[in-house]
Design a protein around this ligand. Structure first.
Ligand SMILES: [Zn+2]
Length: 290
């Protein structure tokens, strides 16, 4: 299966280098990607995460929280939405028949409204918790304004499938082949999952927000920038689970490096390595296949 890498609206957080580890100073804003995948199946397309969507671009203040708009200052460009990048690759957005979500944070679920015909797959625990809107921070991150398609979501329990490289796997996703797997990776949120896709070069695990910075996956000396360490601490729902998930991913990456690739949702360096282009550029018909 062909996999295209799409950055669906960068975030430009305060703290610059303290966040992304590559901006020139801590005074400028940094740049974090929103790494989505577009998978070509023989008869349709599948999106893994949606980033922020066209309605977020058109009217961010009605859709997103003032807190996160100030903190992250997303780079709202219509050409960077998943909908527009699907078109730029020469596809019809109506052929996006399935969307598989790592979790429901606003920067992953904002594009759902742009594909109302698609079946949305996510963990039941993610939907069940997000709708509670329990804490102030929950209400800033989980945005019901982005959930016009919620009536048709398909939700899954964590177990039920064959194990995947030692990880639990949810049962076969409705209407999708076994080459697309949902792997529970809890901690960042209660129902957070990684999405694994078996492409032309082996398995690719999009680990969502299970980690944020590429060096967190170093086997011997894992490292994270102070800004992203703080951000992950602020956003975590279950610390013990989050740290265990990261440890499991490090071990997976070390043991299976020859047959799988792991990436996260927001590291721009990982995105650029896998996509072969700058995180600031939309996909086009001539590049971005791995
Ligand atoms: Zn995120």
């Amino acid at each position: 299966m062909r996999i295209h890498h799409l950055n669906c609206i960068s975030s430009c957080p305060l703290g610059g280098r303290l966040m992304d580890g590559r901006s020139r100073s801590i005074l400028e804003r940094g740049e974090l990607a929103c790494h989505c995948l577009l998978v070509e199946l023989p008869d349709c397309l599948v999106l893994v995460d949606t980033g922020m969507g066209r309605r977020d671009v058109q009217d961010p203040h009605s859709r997103l929280s003032g807190f996160f708009l100030a903190l992250l200052k997303p780079d709202f460009r219509d050409e960077m939405t998943a909908f527009r990048q699907v078109e730029a690759l020469g596809f019809d957005p109506r052929d996006v028949r399935h969307i598989v979500l790592t979790h429901l944070d606003f920067d992953h679920a904002g594009g759902l409204d742009d594909f109302p015909w698609a079946t949305v797959h996510l963990m039941a625990a993610e939907r069940d918790y997000a709708v509670l809107q329990r804490t102030w921070l929950d209400r800033q991150r989980f945005r019901p304004q982005q959930w016009s398609t919620a009536q048709t979501w398909r939700c899954y329990e964590p177990a039920g499938g064959e194990r995947w490289f030692g990880f639990q796997r949810v049962r076969q996703l409705d209407g999708l082949p076994p080459e697309i797997a949902m792997i529970p990776l809890p901690g960042h949120t209660f129902g957070h999952a990684g999405i694994a896709v078996q492409g032309e070069n082996g398995w690719l695990l999009q680990a969502g927000d299970a980690y944020f910075y590429r060096e967190e996956m170093h086997a011997q000396r894992p490292h994270c920038t102070p800004g992203l360490r703080f951000y992950q601490w602020m956003m975590e729902k279950d610390r013990a689970a989050r740290l265990a998930t990261q440890q499991n991913l490090r071990a997976l990456k070390q043991d299976q490096a020859h047959q799988l690739t792991v990436c996260c949702g927001h590291d721009p360096v990982e995105f650029e390595q896998l996509s072969g282009r700058s995180a600031r550029l939309p996909a086009s018909g001539f590049v971005s296949v791995s």
